[in-house]
Design a protein around this ligand. Sequence first.
Ligand code: CTP
Length: 401
Amino acid sequence: MKKHILIGITGSIAAFKIAQLVSDLVKLDYHVDVIMTKNATQFIAPMTFETLTKHKVYVDTFEREETFDVKHISLAKQADVVLVAPASANVIAKMAHGLADDMLTSTLLACTCPILVAPAMNVHMYENPVTQRNITLLKELKIQIIEPTTGRLACGDQGNGKLAPLPDLLQAIEIALSDKPLLGKKVLISAGPTIESIDPVRFISNHSSGKMGYHLAQQAKAMGADVTLVSGPVSLEAPYGVHIIDVTSALDMFEAIKKQAPQQDIIIKAAAVGDYRPTIYTTEKIKKKGETLSIECTQNPDILAYLGEHKKDHQILCGFAMETENLLEHATQKLKDKHCDLLIANNLFEEGAGFLKDTNVVTIIKKDSYQKLPMLSKKELSRSILYEIIALMEEKNVSCH
Ligand code: CTP
């Protein structure tokens, strides 16, 4: 059955952005209902949302309909999650004090599902102690605030009060809807390539996009984990609610991971770590001379092998292996050498696999078994890997929710 998402839109210029969010949610096959305040209809027409959702948009509590259910109660009952976005200072104040003087606030008061609120307003209205106190009240009531960002606001002022980015709103909804089998667990994930500088202009790196690691972080967060992502340089948006540590070289990554590892329950090494770095970093640009150029390199520490050697009894360690030949043989050897609990092996040359793609074809290798999965999106694959890890934790008798 489709999950029901209720979107409450209030009077803020950012209301127009919600059309894109609603369209994205419908494409993801959610049932979306929209309630607008009267002021919101000054910024964007209800018909936009009726066209996108194929459902009536509600504004007026007392509007007569053919059906005889009490709409603000039935919408509240059907909702699996509610997002109020953009949330004006006015609606935040009403929610904080239990006012129910229109369709949206009456429905919100009747909701028993998780409620998310994404404020958007002028910086001074947002920073006003009254608004801040109301936001604190909402947090105390376990209503989740999706914090606004800083930037140029529609009124021309610069500051905090911009609606959070749409991907954050979408991810917050998906997190609220997900089961939470990893609640209370700490998960460390590494992602992306490393960059090993040769001189101020050049570097050695690889084609890793970081997509696999970022999807894993996003899904682990959705499953309730407390997620830290150690990321090499990538051009991806940070997943919502994940603690990111940006690194550049393999040595940086090693230092960051060494610090984080002891506190973790699960460690997933999806990063494509450079095996070598130039032995000498040349501080001035290397000038062109001669027909050939040789750069002597030194081996980087193997971070996964270090983690395997220092693994605690309760920890699950998951590595990746990128191969171009003899996948099973090479990957099984890596699993053993690096003391991993499981290893996700993929062949770069296989159709649907590879760095820049949104899909992957992998074989999950464990100590005494392996399983080849069909081609999956990196999002679906992330969930499969995390469920494999949960099964291993249960085998080890480490409790999961
Ligand atoms: N890895 C690591 N530190 C390194 C090299 C690799 O932590 N210096 C990790 C990767 O993050 C991955 C796993 O080891 O989880 C396997 O990486 P891969 O590049 O497939 O293998 P290598 O061990 O580097 O061996 P080879 O390059 O010879 O295939």
